[in-house]
Design a protein around this ligand. Structure first.
Ligand code: MHF
Ligand code: KIV
Length: 799
């Protein structure tokens, strides 16, 4: 430790400590300082060490007490061995003996580290995490051949996440403009924007990391925005502003013409990172955001630029969007300086990516980006759930609010008897028995939904004839009313859609995906483009009901993927698997006209490589023996299994089913919940699509003879009449429907009035609200037998 009394440790904006010249008259880095000491000017200083330097105090506990919040200014210059990667130098600075990290699981000490060793290890880890990697640390890792990871950050949380992940460098990129400010490109970003971002990023780096983080703090690089370094004085002033805002280095786009700037900045104590290849601030002159250095001549220019920048003092170089070989040659030409590539291959010292690109939150990432997570999608689901839960009253729940102390509440009631009493009593009464609450519709209905976890659109199935209204089953298996009614039902809307399709000839194009491999390629492309995907699973033989699902899917996502697969596993041996109508060409034509994006039409062998149903199946036990499952015991296992396969393959944001197959909807909703798929997708149940006379549309409607067709609408009429009758109960519905349909000569396989969530049959005299009334009928005519299904949902009260 040598004392030369030439520098001061100052607290800089953002709270970090930096080493600066003692007097303002001096250059940023004192001329007499040793080369080895240079690095100490470019990192920010760990608080403990700075405090020691400021006060020259050997007792760290005492300094903690003295310094907090002070604007420290001292005068000790020390020759710090910049060894931020080893956890020893804080100890030696304070006079401790260097300790080696206790080896975990070391048998010699008889069963791992004891409490003292563990505490020491934790202390070392904390000390390491509190340090700054600094330019010296980066240089050391580079010399050791370790690859360097740099990522952009623009604010506190993105910086904290990057720091906790252990990146070496954080770039406060001017991509702030297009990524976070909604600008068309990076050109409109101002110094003000960048400084605010830089100080926030600095705070994220300084925030106390999670307990498991042992890596030192990364170096923060400020990206000089367009126009901030046109003239040398601008460059100096603006770079200094970055330094004060918390950046340890600045990055500038440009070739050898920047050499004098880099020399001047370096002389002023500001480290510079060059940026060559694609320079987005110059995109207009470079022919757009495209690959650079594609010719031998231009590649050679780039390599010379790199050499000149390094000669001028650049401590690192970003190279963007050039062929792999060019980036590799740049690194070879400047072996002493790390080259950080983006879209430039792996033969360089490190990589940089825009955080929004790797997280999947940027709409249009460049093609060289790898998306490491689909955070955009996770977020979209979270927002959708939030909105839905606010609307249904599910949120806030009891855990999300605080009650008033009873005695204060009493006093308040006395003060304001009219206002307070009524509300408090409502809540108090509604709680124990929500459904039976005689209170206002608001309180009782929202609590009823919560109890049942079920919200219905009151119009679904009740008196409507078209495919109107729909239910969304939210993550967590809840149903939410979706309002497709307005625009869909209006003729103007239909006309507008017609015109918009006609106006773009040749599109929409329908991708036909006959194999899993085709699907997977299509799906990846959709992901890469940040497109939301809605899946409409079908067995083909498409009718208007399916096409209405496609319409609704278009409202919910960017791409509509329709699967067409006649699933052998859901047909029992005696059922009509072989006779099931297969009309692929017609189906494709209809989907093309309707504007679906893609059709996945696999073979049974592709879906069941080990034969159907295969060794592993999904069994929805909870419906066994109930309504449709009582007739077709294996059917729902086949349905759930194939849907799970389809969800895994298609990875949709949302899947849409028609409500007509009520039990199927309940089975899928429950599967999503039980197998925790609801974390990544939601389910929308669309209202049953009906012919003008009320007959539910079905792929099987081709079967009925003309005579059957005449009779079939009686099914829906019977359902409606029975539930709308005054004082209707589950018992009355069951018996009325039976009588009405048997009078028509139909055979009722079952008529079920079930709890909408679990499909448990409701007791005879239970409330009819929140039930699914479902039916299967057998029609016979001239030796032809047909089985027709229908259902309606009876909504809860108060909606
Ligand atoms: N989100 C985001 N990611 C970035 O990587 C990034 C930004 N924004 N903004 C600032 C600059 C601009 N960058 C970009 C932006 C787009 C392409 C791009 O689309 N390139 C085409 C290459 C076309 C060609 O080679 O001709 C591509 O398809 O990747 C490249 C770099 C890199 N930077
Ligand atoms: C793409 C990287 C290198 C960048 O300059 C930015 O994010 O602004």
């Amino acid at each position: 430790m040598t004392c030369s009394f030439s520098a001061a440790i100052r607290r800089v904006p953002g709270g970090a400590f930096a080493k600066t010249p003692k007097s303002q008259a001096m250059t940023a880095v004192p001329m007499q300082t040793s080369f080895g000491n240079l690095n100490t000017y470019f990192g920010s200083w760990p608080k403990r060490r700075s405090q020691f330097l400021i006060y020259g105090c050997l007792n760290p506990r005492r300094t903690n007490a003295i310094v907090s919040g002070s604007q420290g200014c001292g005068h000790v210059d020390i020759d710090v061995k910049d060894d931020a990667d080893s956890a020893t130098d804080i100890g030696s600075l304070y006079g401790g003996t260097p300790q080696s990290f206790p080896a975990t699981g070391d048998g010699s000490s008889g069963g791992g580290p004891g409490p003292a060793e563990a505490a020491l290890a934790a202390a070392h880890a904390a000390a390491a995490a509190a340090k700054c990697l600094g330019l010296g640390g980066v240089a050391r890792r580079f010399k050791k051949g370790q690859k360097l990871a740099m990522v952009t950050a623009y604010d506190f949380p993105s910086s904290r996440l990057a720091r906790e992940a252990g990146v070496e460098l954080i770039l406060v990129g001017d991509s702030l403009g297009n990524c976070r400010l909604g600008l068309p490109d990076t050109v409109g970003v101002t110094m003000e924007d960048m400084l605010r971002a830089t100080s926030s990023v600095r705070r994220g780096v300084e925030a106390r990391p999670g307990a498991s983080v042992a890596s030192p703090k990364p170096v923060v690089v400020g990206d000089m925005p367009f126009g901030s370094y046109l003239l040398l004085p601008d460059a100096l002033r603006n770079a200094a502003a970055f330094r004060l805002a918390g950046a340890e280095m600045v990055k500038m786009e440009g070739g050898r013409h920047l050499a004098p700037f880099i020399e001047a900045l370096t002389r002023a104590g500001i480290a510079v990172m060059g940026h060559i290849g694609l320079e987005p601030q110059k995109a207009l002159l470079q022919g757009g955001l495209r690959l650079q250095g594609t010719t031998a001549r231009s590649a050679a220019e780039i390599i010379r630029d790199a050499e000149e920048l390094v000669k001028a003092g650049a401590v690192a170089i970003v190279i963007e969007c050039v062929p792999v070989e060019v980036a590799s040659a740049v690194q070879a030409a400047i072996p002493g300086v790390p080259v950080i590539g983006i879209g430039a291959g792996g033969e360089v010292a490190g990589q940089v990516l825009v955080c929004d690109d790797l997280l999947g939150v940027h709409g249009r990432p460049p093609s060289f980006v790898k998306m490491f997570a689909d955070v955009g999608r996770v977020s979209a689901n979270a927002y959708a759930r939030y909105v839905a839960e606010v609307r249904t009253g599910e949120f806030p729940g009891e855990a999300h609010g605080r009650p008033m102390k009873p005695e204060e509440l009493e006093k308040l009631k006395e003060l304001l008897p009219l206002v307070v009493k009524s509300r408090a009593s409502q809540v108090a009464k509604a709680k124990p028995d929500a459904a039976a609450s005689p209170q206002g519709p608001q309180a009782s209905s929202s609590l009823a939904h919560r109890q049942q976890g079920f919200v219905t659109n009151p119009i679904v199935g009740l008196g409507s004839t078209g495919g109107l209204g729909s239910l969304e089953v939210l993550p967590g298996g809840r149903f939410q009313a979706l309002n497709f009614l307005g625009p869909r039902a209006s003729p103007t809307f239909a006309a507008a859609r017609h015109i918009s399709q006609a106006a773009s000839p040749g599109s929409p194009r329908l991708a036909v995906l006959p194999t899993r491999a085709d699907l997977s390629a299509w799906r990846r492309e959709a992901s890469a483009r940040g497109r939301r995907v809605a899946l409409v699973p079908t067995m083909g033989n498409l009718h208007e009901g399916h096409l209405e699902l496609v319409d609704q899917a278009k409202e919910l996502a960017d791409e509509v993927l329709v699967s067409i697969f006649v699933n052998p596993a859901q047909f029992a041996a005696h059922e009509d698997l072989d006779r099931y109508p297969r009309t692929l060409e017609e189906d494709l034509k209809k989907l093309r006209e309707r504007g679906a994006s893609a059709v996945f039409a696999p073979t049974p062998g592709d879906m069941y490589p080990h034969g159907s149903p295969g060794g592993t199946v999904v069994v929805p036990h909870f419906v066994q023996g109930r309504s449709e499952a009582s007739c077709r015991p294996e059917h729902f296992t086949g349905v759930a299994t194939v849907c799970l396969k389809l969800f895994n393959l298609c990875d949709p944001h949302v899947a849409i089913f028609g409500q007509k197959d009520a039990m199927q909807c309940v089975v899928i909703a429950r599967m999503l919940e039980d197998l925790m798929l609801d974390e990544r997708m939601s389910l929308v149940i669309a209202g049953t699509s009906r012919e003008a006379d009320g007959l539910a549309r079905s792929s099987r409607n081709r079967y009925p003879t003309e005579g059957m067709r005449q009779k079939a609408p009686a099914i829906y009429r019977a359902l409606l009449d029975s539930v709308q009758a005054a004082g209707a109960t589950p018992l009355s519905v069951r018996s009325t429907v039976h009588q009405m349909l048997e009078r028509e000569g139909m055979e009722v396989s079952y008529i079920s009035v079930a709890d909408a969530r679990g499909m448990a049959e409701k007791p005879d005299s239970a409330e009819l609200q929140n039930s699914i009334v479902s039916i299967a009928c057998i029609l016979k005519d001239n030796g032809v037998v047909s089985r027709l299904l229908d259902c309606i949902v009876v909504p809860g009260t108060g909606e």
